[in-house]
Design a protein around this ligand. Structure first.
Ligand SMILES: CC(C)(COP(=O)(O)OP(=O)(O)OC[C@H]1O[C@@H](n2cnc3c(N)ncnc32)[C@H](O)[C@@H]1OP(=O)(O)O)[C@@H](O)C(=O)NCCC(=O)NCCS
Length: 184
């Protein structure tokens, strides 16, 4: 268990981050899907448009379980008091000339569990897992000016720039996207 600490380093609650194998992704697929569904329902721009069902979210994680099986992706999950409340992925599938690179994707924390540092510990573990896979350069993108972009800046990621209207929110409004990188 990793203690979550606030900015004063006071322990606020325990959280456990687990790297899920393909069977564990299937085992926890309902809880993982609930987190993804809750984020999209809350208006997060994370690839999907509304309406987006729990079944849609389950199908997404079933596909990602296949990627985990093939060594193309890592799926990490955060458990607080035994409940799966967050997740993040490390995409390992890269072109042959970028073997040192990985991408961070689908950092998702259920709305009921936000603002407790869970994303921060998920990102710390994602970096550690990427290093263990011999990756030394990470990239990601995030909605410009959002909670995730603020977190990445705090965690030492470098901003490449902003792409205007790169993606859509689930309700169809366009959103700007900031691209980040980090050497680890
Ligand atoms: C972005 C996201 C993952 C952040 O998750 P989170 O667990 O709430 O993140 P943290 O708790 O680490 O940080 C969030 C805020 O809580 C604050 N915080 C962190 N630990 C805290 C603590 N112990 N006590 C009080 N506040 C705390 C942080 O300072 C931060 O504040 P800010 O929003 O003003 O920048 C979450 O909002 C989310 O899932 N959003 C929808 C999906 C999404 O957009 N994902 C990003 C894709 S790139």
């Amino acid at each position: 268990m990793i203690p979550i600490r606030d900015s004063d380093q006071a322990v606020t609650e325990p959280v456990e981050i687990r790297r899920l194998g393909p069977a564990e992704v299937h085992e926890h697929v309902d809880a993982l899907a609930s987190v993804l569904h809750d984020c999209v329902a809350g208006g997060a721009s994370v690839s999907y448009m509304w309406p987006f069902s729990h079944e849609d979210a389950r199908a997404a994680f079933a596909d990602w379980a296949d990627d985990v099986e093939r060594g193309r992706r890592l799926v990490l999950a955060a458990f607080a008091d035994g409940d799966l409340v967050g997740t993040v992925q490390v995409v390992l599938a890269v072109p042959p000339n970028q073997p040192h690179r990985a991408e961070i994707a689908k950092l998702l924390v259920h709305r009921a569990a936000r603002g407790r540092g869970i994303a921060r510990v998920l990102m710390a573990r994602a970096e550690a897992e990427a290093r263990a896979e011999a990756r030394t350069l990470l990239v990601l993108d995030a909605v410009t000016g959002g909670a995730a972009a603020r977190l990445y800046a705090r965690l030492g990621w470098t901003t490449v720039g902003v792409i205007p209207s790169y993606a859509l929110y689930p309700d169809g409004r366009p959103c700007d996207t900031t691209v980040f990188w980090k050497a680890i």
